[in-house]
Design a protein around this ligand. Sequence first.
Ligand code: SAH
Length: 350
Amino acid sequence: MTELTGMTPAELTDYCREQGLPAFRGRQIFRWIHQGADFDGMTNLPLALREKLRQIAVAQPVEIVDRRESRLDDTVKFLFGLKDGNCVEGVLMHYHHGYTLCISTQVGCRMGCAFCASTLDGCVRNLTSGEMLGEILCANRFLAGRDRVHNVVLMGSGEPLDNYDNVMRFFRLLREEDGVNIGLRNVSLSTCGLVPRMYDLAEEGLPVTLSVSLHAPNDEIRQKTMPIAKVYPMDDVLAACRNYVEKTGRRVIFEYALVGGVNCEEQHAVELASRLRGMQCHVNLIPLNAVEERHLKGVSEQTVTRFLNTLERLHISATRRREMGDDIEGACGQLRRKTMMAQEADGEKA
Ligand code: SAH
C-alpha cells in the first residue's frame, strides 16, 4: 500500500502518471486528501479509479479511535489510530485566536525525560509526514463545518528533531496551495534540545517558532530529569537558541515545568534569568502534570507565582501556561498509556 498523504501535488502527479492515469488527477487527489476525504468521497474521480486506488493506496492513514472532551474547557484529547495498529495522541485546544492542535511526531519517544509518560516504553517508530498531516485532517473532520485547525504545535509524543526529515516534509505539505492552509508562522516545534538539529532547523529559513524544553537553570539540575542534558550542555543549547533567533528573527520559547523540590526555588529563577539575559525569548512555566508512574511532585500555586514574579522582576518575559484539559489525561502520553494498559489487562483476561 502506498501512502499518498505525504505526497506533494507534483509527486501525486508523477504517481498518477506511473499508474497510467491522467496527470491532472494528481492535484485532484491532493485536494481531496487535504480536505480529509477518503477514496470513497473523491466524487469527481471515476468509480473504477477510486476502487483501484483503494486496493493499492492509503489516503487517510489516521483515524480517531477514542476521544475525551474536557468538562472544564473546550479541550479535546484524541487517541489517533495508525494503519499498523499503533496509536498516538493529539490535543485540540480552543484559544481566542482559533483552534490549536498539538500533534505527536513519534510513537513513544527515546529521550527518557523523567517526568514524561511518552517515553516510558521507549520509541516504537517515527511517524511519517502523512501521518502527522493525518492528525490535522482528523481534527478538521471532527470540527467539520464549524471550524478548522489554525495552529499546530509539535508537542505531543515524540522528539520532532529526532524525526527530522519527516518533520521537514510535513512542514512542506502545510505550505502547499490547496492544502490545510496553515502558515508556518502558526507552527511551533518543541525540542528537548538536540543541538546539531537546532542549527539545521535554523538553516531551513522557516518562520517556525522554536520551543525548547529547559526545565532547569543549570546542567546539574537538568541532568537529574533529562538524560539529553548529559549529551548537550545547557550553554550549547542556549548558543543554538541564540543562533536560531539571529537566523530567523523569531524569539525562542523556553518550557519550564516546575517540579517540587527540584527546580522551583527562588534561587533557580534568579539563575535562570541570569543565563537568559539579553536573549530574545519567553519562558513558559508549566506546573508539573503528575504522571502516576513517575514519582515527581508538582508545586503549589504560590510557588508558581513566586517563580514568575522573580523572572519578571529580572526583566525576563514569562507566563504561566494555562493548563487545559487537566481532567482528560492532558499530559503527553498519558491517554495512550492508559489505553495500552487497559488493552493489556483485557488481553490477560481473555
Ligand atoms: N520532545 C519534545 C516535545 C514533546 S513534550 C520536547 O521535549 O520538547 C512537550 C512538552 O511537555 C515538553 O516541554 C515536555 O518536557 C513537557 N512535559 C512532558 N511531560 C510533562 C509533565 N508530566 N508535566 C509537564 N510537562 C511535561
